[in-house]
Design a binder for this molecule. Structure first.
Ligand SMILES: [Zn+2]
Length: 63
């Protein structure tokens, strides 16, 4: 069973883009540099892609 890491957002693998490893809820995930800002500023976009993303808060509060 292959467990190749891929970006949680775009699902590209390290064959295609550099991946940054994330440890979250005891699981190792990966994200590419292009989508790192999504994780930081708009994690709501990761709901459904990353388990538990609905509990993340954006770093910037725009309200
Ligand atoms: Zn990506």
């Amino acid at each position: 069973m292959s467990q190749e890491k891929s970006c949680v957002f775009c699902e590209r693998t390290s064959d295609q883009v550099p991946l940054i490893g994330l440890e979250f809820r005891g699981t190792t995930l990966a994200i590419c540099p292009q989508h790192m800002p999504v994780l930081i500023h708009d994690p709501g976009q990761l709901v459904g892609k990353m388990p538990g993303a609905e509990n993340l808060s954006p770093a910037d509060h725009k309200d």
